[in-house]
Write a protein that binds this ligand. Structure first.
Ligand SMILES: Cc1ncc(COP(=O)(O)O)c(C=O)c1O
Length: 497
C-alpha cells in the first residue's frame, strides 16, 4: 500500500483523475478533440476517487439515524464522518463549531442564516454586504433584514474590487450596534479578489456584530481557517460553501457555524429528524447539533462524496494547491495583459490577491460571441454574462459602457445592450494545466486576428448568446439523457439476453 498522507505525488495523481476532463467535442473544422474546461467557478468536475467512495457506499446504501441494521449503522457513521471532514477542512474545533448540510449549494445556507440571524436579533436592523457579492449572498439578506448597506470596494473602473479595510472601518463605526452581521465573499466569482476574512472578523466583532463568510469561490482555491490563532477575536461566526464548487457535483451546501449561535436560534426548517417528540398540540425540537439544523432525509451520498474530496485535499495540502494556482494566475495575467485588444477586470494579482477566476472581454467582440467562438473553434469552455453579480459587473464595465453611450444601470435593457453588458470568464480548478492557459491565450489571439471573419460568421441569439450561422454540431455531440438512458437499458437487457 502506498502512503497517501502528504505524498508528494498525490497532487499530480489527483489532477489527472477528474471525470470528464478530456471529453471530446467536435469543432467547426470537422475535427474533434478533448475540451479545455475553464468554467470551474460555475461548477467543478467530479473527483474520481471521491466518486469511487460514494459508489462503494451505494453497496451499503441505507438511510441514516438508525443503528440497528448494519447498513443503517454504516450510513450514519459515514454521514457523521462527512460532517467531521468539513470541520477538519476549515480547521474548526468541534467543541466550538458545528457543520451541517443544506440544499444543493450555498444559496440554501444563506437563506437559512439570513432568516435565523435576523429573527435572533431584530433590534439590530442593519446588515452589511460588499458590492462584489453573488446574488445568493445579497438577496436573502435584503429579504430578511431592515436595511442592507452595500460596502464599496477598492479602486475604480475595470480595476474595481477587493475589500478596503478603511472603508469597512468607517461604515462599521457609522452603524455601530445597529449592525447584526456582515456577509462578505471570501473570493469574488467575477475577479477572484480575496478578502482578508480574519481582519473583517475583528472589525465587526468590535461592535458585537457577526461575520458570515461566503466561501463558495475560496474553498477550492486557498487555505481557509475559521480562526487565526495569531489574532484576537478574529474567528469567523458562520461560513457557507457549495460542495459542487469543490469537486463534488451532486453534493449539498455546507454551513459551519458556532454551535453556541445555532443553539440559541430557532431552526428555520422543520420536519423529521430534527425533533425529539411531536404531539398533536406541540413539538419539541432536538437540542442535538447538527440534527436540529437538518430536517428531512439528508443527501447522504452527496455528503460522503464531499467528505471524501475534502479529505483528499487535506492530504495534498491547500497551500500547495494555492501555490500551483498562483503560478497559473500570474502566467495568464502576464500573457493576457500583454494583448492590447483584451480588457481584464479587477486589479493585477500582485496588487490584489486573487483566485484563478479571470474575467475579460475582447475589444469589438460581445461577451457571448467570445464564449461561443472559443467553444466552437478551440474547444475551450468559458462562461459569459454577469455571473449573478450584476451590480459588481456593471461597476467594472462602466467606462466601457459609457464610451458606447450605454447606461450601465438602466433597468431591463434591450438585448443589444445586454450583449455588451457582460464579460467572458475563464476559471481554474485543480485540474487546470499550463497548457490550458497557453491554449486560451493562443485562442484569443486567433480570434482577434480573424475578427471580421468571426463577426460575419455569427448571429446574435437571445439576450446573451451567439450562434454560428452555418455550423451545427452533429447529433450525439452534446449529452442527451435519453440517449444515455437507452444505452444503459440496452446494457441491462444484454445481461439478461
Ligand atoms: C461567490 C458565490 N456565492 C454563492 C454562490 C451560489 O452557489 P450555489 O448556486 O451553489 O448555491 C455562487 C455560485 O456561483 C458563488 O460564486
Amino acid at each position: 500500500m502506498i502512503n497517501t498522507m502528504s505524498n508528494p505525488n498525490l497532487l499530480q495523481a489527483i489532477q489527472n483523475s477528474f471525470i470528464g476532463r478530456d471529453t471530446e467535442y467536435p469543432l467547426v473544422d470537422g475535427s474533434s478533440g478533448p475540451r479545455r474546461y475553464l468554467d470551474s467557478a460555475a461548477t467543478t468536475l467530479m473527483m474520481q476517487p471521491a466518486f469511487d467512495v460514494a459508489r462503494s457506499f451505494l453497496d451499503h446504501y441505507a438511510s441514516t439515524h438508525s443503528d440497528l441494521h448494519y447498513a443503517a449503522k454504516g450510513a450514519s457513521q459515514a454521514y457523521e464522518w462527512a460532517h467531521e471532514r468539513v470541520l477538519a477542512f476549515v480547521g474548526a474545533d468541534p467543541a466550538e463549531y458545528c457543520a451541517y448540510f443544506t440544499g444543493s449549494g450555498a444559496t440554501a445556507g444563506f437563506n437559512r442564516i439570513a432568516a435565523e440571524l435576523s429573527a435572533k436579533r431584530p433590534e439590530r436592523d442593519v446588515v452589511l454586504i460588499s458590492e462584489m457579492e453573488h446574488h445568493s449572498n445579497d438577496l436573502p439578506h435584503r429579504k430578511h433584514n431592515g436595511e442592507t448597506v452595500h460596502v464599496p470596494l477598492m479602486g475604480e473602473g475595470p480595476g474595481y474590487g477587493g475589500i478596503d479595510l478603511e472603508v469597512v472601518t468607517e461604515i462599521v463605526r457609522k452603524y455601530g450596534k445597529r449592525i447584526n452581521y456582515l456577509a462578505v465573499t471570501g473570493a469574488s466569482n467575477v475577479t477572484g479578489a480575496l478578502t482578508p476574512i480574519h481582519e473583517m472578523a475583528q472589525l465587526v466583532h468590535s461592535v458585537g456584530a457577526y461575520l458570515v463568510i461566503d466561501a463558495s469561490q475560496m474553498i477550492a482555491h486557498a487555505p481557509v481557517a475559521m480562526a487565526d490563532k495569531t489574532m484576537d477575536d478574529a474567528d469567523i461566526d458562520v461560513l457557507v460553501f457549495s460542495g459542487h464548487k469543490i469537486y463534488a457535483p451532486g453534493s449539498p451546501g455546507a454551513v459551519i457555524a458556532k454551535s453556541s449561535l445555532l443553539a440559541s436560534m430557532t431552526p428555520a426548517e422543520l420536519g423529521g429528524g430534527m425533533v425529539d417528540d411531536v404531539y398533536l398540540d406541540k413539538y419539541i425540537p432536538s437540542s442535538a447539533l447538527p440534527d436540529r439544523e437538518e430536517a428531512g432525509t439528508p443527501n447522504i451520498v452527496g455528503a460522503i462524496t464531499l467528505g471524501a474530496v475534502l479529505d483528499v485535499l487535506l492530504r495534498i495540502g491547500m497551500d500547495k494547491i494555492r501555490e500551483k494556482e498562483i503560478y497559473l494566475i500570474n502566467l495568464a495575467w502576464e500573457k493576457l495583459s500583454a494583448i492590447s485588444e483584451v480588457n481584464l477586470y479587477g486589479a493585477a494579482p500582485d496588487v490584489m490577491p486573487r483566485t484563478g477566476t479571470i474575467s475579460f472581454n475582447i475589444q469589438g467582440f460581445d461577451h457571448g460571441l467570445t464564449a461561443a467562438a472559443l467553444n466552437d473553434y478551440h474547444n475551450i469552455q468559458v462562461r459569459n454574462g454577469c455571473f449573478c453579480a450584476h451590480p459588481y459587473v456593471r461597476e467594472l464595465l462602466k467606462p466601457e459602457l459609457w464610451a458606447l453611450d450605454i447606461d450601465p444601470d438602466a433597468p431591463n435593457s434591450e438585448a443589444d445592450v445586454e450583449r455588451k453588458r457582460g464579460m467572458a470568464r475563464a476559471s481554474l480548478g485543480i485540474y487546470t494545466t499550463e497548457a490550458d492557459i497557453l491554449a486560451l491565450v493562443e485562442a484569443i489571439v486567433d480570434l482577434i486576428s480573424r475578427k471580421e471573419e468571426i463577426l460575419s460568421l455569427y448571429e446574435p441569439e437571445g439576450s446573451n448568446g451567439y450562434r454560428h450561422r452555418e455550423y451545427v454540431p452533429a447529433a450525439g455531440a452534446i449529452f442527451n439523457p435519453e440517449t444515455a438512458l437507452e444505452a444503459a437499458l440496452n446494457m441491462q437487457l444484454n445481461c439478461v439476453a
